[in-house]
Design a protein around this ligand. Structure first.
Ligand SMILES: [Zn+2]
Length: 381
């Protein structure tokens, strides 16, 4: 995520903190000191906030480690002022697995609350007598973890409760329909929250309502993309009209071709065999140097490119494209014949086409949600 700083790598997962998080701490310190608080009291307040965010981090690791059990890697975990965000490489395929992944986060907070409560009991303190602002640090952490637990179980996206609801609905039928129902519940709750926020003149409630509404729309888009891609082979989506280069072609020649056409990346073919791929960004970086006009393409092309088979299914290939650093993959048949190029642009166009067709069926796709989802996909690639 932009504007994030890496704090540490834990269990192979990068942990980032968003810069706005630092602003939150500064704001808390300011409010404390401006309100006549002591330095000691301010440090204690900051310590409490940091302890809460440590609990949020444990929550995210609950999701990440459960996902790992199902073979799904986590790209990174980011701490934002509004909470944590674990970006999974993909969602697990089976609703039951998604259910476990969604439950694992809140379960961690329930466990932490119980552990702190037990420690309090052992030291003779009442575990549930505190509140978020009163009591010892440990008492406040019990309440905080119970609050995180309860908040996340609200059955609305982007909270875990929305995923849990969807997984429960999807186990009996269609994933997209389950998402639509879960998103509908989320939007209903967002509406109620928003009205409550306006009536009570509470901007925080209105903000949360907006957040829940956007989450529901995004989730619907993601499910639609998933459905549109189901059962579609690469061959139906790939670009079949494309140009190739030879390893001996000069960079000047490659640049001229690139400027003339709309193709960004070129498969490099030697004697009928794909030996590399010349990426537009590599080409531009190379020609920015001196005296590179006559340099052969073979010196700049990437040799560690992957290929896909036209019969492969689009969905798993897409996550592969997102994992490799470049956006294009040559499509090669089992006999080694280059038949196309697959990149995020083709996938995007295909999905927009499919989305447009679906839209004519009442109550199905909403194109803005789909568009937003596509932007997210292409941003990541
Ligand atoms: Zn969660």
């Amino acid at each position: 995520m932009k504007w994030s700083v890496r704090l540490a790598t834990i269990s192979g997962i990068g942990v980032y903190v968003h810069v706005t998080f630092v602003l939150l701490l500064a704001w808390i310190a300011f409010v404390n000191l401006a309100g006549g608080g002591t330095i000691g009291g301010t440090v204690l307040s900051l310590g409490f906030v940091l302890a809460i965010f440590a609990c949020v981090l444990f929550h995210e690791f609950g999701h990440a480690l459960m996902a790992r059990r199902f073979g799904v890697a986590t790209r990174d975990i980011t701490l934002l002022p509004i909470g944590g965000l674990a970006r999974l490489e993909r969602m697990p395929d089976k609703p039951r697995q998604e259910l476990w992944v969604a439950l694992a986060g809140p379960a961690v907070n329930l466990f932490l609350a119980a552990a702190f409560a037990l420690l309090l009991l052992l030291t003779g303190e009442a575990p549930l007598s505190g509140s978020l602002v009163e009591g010892s640090l440990m008492q406040r952490l019990v309440i905080a973890n119970l609050a995180i637990f309860a908040f996340n179980l609200i059955p609305a996206f982007p909270m875990d409760g929305g995923r849990i609801l969807r997984a429960l609905l999807a186990s009996g039928g269609s994933y997209v329909r389950a998402t639509r129902v879960a998103a509908g519940v989320g939007k209903g709750m967002a509406l109620l929250l928003g009205i409550a926020g306006l009536v009570l003149v509470n901007p925080v409630l209105v903000f949360i309502a907006l957040f829940v509404w956007i989450g529901a729309a995004q989730e619907t888009g993601a499910a639609q993309v998933r459905e549109a891609m189901a059962g579609i082979p690469v061959g139906r989506v790939m670009q079949t009209e494309f140009e190739t280069l030879a390893p001996g072609d000069t960079l000047r020649h490659a640049l001229e071709r690139s400027l003339r056409g709309s193709q960004q990346d070129y498969p490099v073919v030697d004697d009928g065999e794909v030996v590399g791929i010349l990426l537009q960004k590599d080409l531009l970086a190379a020609v920015a140097g001196e005296d590179t006009d006559d340099t052969p393409v073979s010196q700049v092309m990437r040799r560690d490119f992957g290929t896909v088979d036209p019969c492969e299914m689009l969905a798993p290939v897409l996550s592969r494209i997102q994992r490799v650093r470049h956006r294009s993959l040559p499509v090669v048949t089992r006999n080694g014949i280059l038949v196309g190029v697959l990149n995020m642009q083709n996938v995007g166009e295909f999905l927009m086409r499919e989305g447009g067709m679906e839209r004519r069926r009442p109550g199905s796709l909403s194109t803005p949600a789909l568009r937003a989802q596509l932007r997210r996909l292409t941003d990541r690639a």
